[in-house]
Ligand binder design. Structure first.
Ligand code: BES
Ligand code: MN
Ligand code: ZN
Length: 488
């Protein structure tokens, strides 16, 4: 679906489907009010009413959608409403539709336009690559959504649409990657997808295989990947090197294309879900896509440790002591705590860029999902200013994060008796000790860790713009944070 903005009067626009939003208790414009039974419409949030205006309006159909109370305007509500409209348009097999830009108190037209573009594109997302039994009409997509604006808001709205479009395509890329099955998305395939992204934007990319990693001492990633026939990769994409003097941020993603647990194998139930254990890597690539599309003026180095955690005769074991890229040693107590080992090497590598911030994203612990459920990303940081940036960005972008502590006693918990650190400290404070482990590999660089294990996947359609499966979480937060950073 193409999304564009154009100045125009909704009630004078000819289109297959005109989407009109309305606040609760707001009177409808007269040609519409005359067409319906007053009792059929209240305008409460997400209420819909489909009207066939015949000769009363140039539009063939009008979809009324309620925005809820004007006194508590919320851009996430706008995203949901846009998603509902886009889904309804698709069900109606519409080719073109028009969406009248609503005025939302406290939010500039640009932000509202961005939310509508985002919501409609996120809500239109489907993963159909493996469906062979669909009829052509089941694959119908709406061709174009035009955001109709008042004359003086057209430019602002167009900027918002461009931003929402870039962000949504980044999220949908991340969703695609995380939805792919692990037999088709191996570490090598993930590197190919990264290569395609780099090529599309003309960005320098480095992909290290096992030989190069052995030469350079990536003892963490290599150990985790050793039990799989699908060899590990280390991926680096460098965006905006010309802005290095202004701002450099490293984005680090956990790219476990499948996590069986290894020798400390997981139970069979729901093990299939561990194909999404590369959602951190997916979010980094999705964010990079959006950042490149928007040409944000900063350097972003994307670093991905990609591996498959499997048990076989050459797999790493509990009891092993690994020497990482940093030179620090890790005592392996549980091969299922593999993400932090992979990230240890990637976080070490990130320091070469002397970044202003290192931000890692990882489906790291079941414990974060116990703590926060599916409603918030777990945030950890060694730098308060960075933490605040990310918390604010998450709030603004509709992807909330919540900070947990990294006090010294937690860091004590990951010390090992015979190596420098141990990769598991047991059940207590599991998300925090995982983060404390990571902290020992970031040196003095400002660093934040986003644990997305509770938010990267959904089994129920929780919001209209969030279908079942991979959520692409993290992309919206990252783009918002980096955009804000380059503007202040
Ligand atoms: N990939 C998992 C974490 C996870 C769990 C992600 C559920 C998404 C949904 C991670 O590698 C893992 O297995 N963590 C262990 C750590 C433990 C062995 C210390 C966990 O959380 O149980
Ligand atoms: Mn694991
Ligand atoms: Zn994992």
């Amino acid at each position: 679906m193409r999304v564009t903005a154009a100045a125009g009067d909704p009630l004078a626009t000819a289109t297959d489907l005109l989407v009109l939003t309305s606040w609760e208790e707001e009177p409808l414009p007269s040609p519409l009010a005359d067409l319906i039974e007053p009792g059929d419409w209240s305008g409460k949030a997400k209420q819909t009413l489909l009207i066939y205006p015949r000769d009363a309006l140039p539009a063939r159909r009008v979809l009324l959608i309620g925005l809820g109370r004007r006194s508590s305007p919320d851009l996430d509500q706008v995203r949901e409403v846009a998603a509902i409209a886009a889904q309804r348009a698709r069900e109606l097999k519409v080719e073109r539709c028009a969406f009248a830009l609503p005025g939302v108190p406290d939010h500039p037209a640009e932000a509202v336009a961005a939310a509508i573009a985002e919501g409609s594109l996120l809500g239109s997302y489907r993963f159909l690559e493996y469906k062979t039994d669909l009829k052509p009409e089941d694959r119908h997509e709406v061709d174009e959504l035009t955001l109709l604006t008042p004359g003086d808001a057209e430019e602002e709205a167009a900027r918002g649409v461009a931003r929402g479009d870039a962000v949504a395509r980044g999220v949908n890329l991340a969703r695609d990657l995380a939805n792919l099955p692990p037999n088709d998305l191996t570490p090598a395939r993930l590197a190919e997808r990264a290569q395609e992204l780099a090529t599309a934007f003309g960005l320098p990319i480095t992909v290290l295989g096992p030989t190069e990693m052995r030469e350079q001492g990536f003892g963490g990633i290599l150990a985790v990947g050793r039990g799989s026939a699908n060899e590990p990769r280390f991926i680096v994409i460098d965006y905006g090197a010309q802005y290095a003097d202004a701002l450099t941020v490293c984005l680090v993603g956990k790219g476990m294309t499948f996590d069986s647990g290894g020798i400390s194998i997981k139970p069979a139930e729901n093990m299939d879900a561990m194909k999404m254990d590369m959602s951190g890597a997916a979010a980094v690539l999705g964010a990079l896509h959006a950042i490149a599309e928007l040409q944000l003026p900063l350097r972003v180095v994307a670093l991905i440790g990609a591996a498959e955690n499997m048990p076989d005769g050459s797999a790493y074991r509990p009891g092993d002591i690994l020497k990482t890229l940093s030179g620090k040693t890790i005592e392996v107590l549980n091969t299922d705590a593999e993400g932090r080992i992979v990230l240890a090497d990637a976080l070490t590598y990130a320091q070469r860029y002397h970044p202003s911030a290192i931000i890692d994203l990882a489906t790291l612990t079941g414990a974060i999902s116990v703590a926060l459920g599916p409603h918030a990303i777990g945030l950890f940081a060694n730098d308060d200013a960075l933490a605040q940036r990310l918390l604010r960005a998450g709030e603004a972008a509709g992807e909330r994060a919540w900070q947990l502590p990294l006090w010294q006693p937690y860091r004590e918990m990951v010390k090992s008796d015979i190596a420098d650190v141990r990769n598991s400290a047991g059940r207590q404070a599991g998300a925090i000790t995982a983060a404390a482990f990571l902290q020992s590999f970031v040196g003095d660089y400002p660093w934040a860790h986003l644990d997305i294990a509770g938010t990267a996947w959904t089994d129920s359609k929780s919001k209209a713009y969030q279908p079942k499966g991979a959520t692409g979480v993290g992309v919206r937060l990252l783009v918002q944070a980096l955009r804000d950073w380059t503007q202040k």
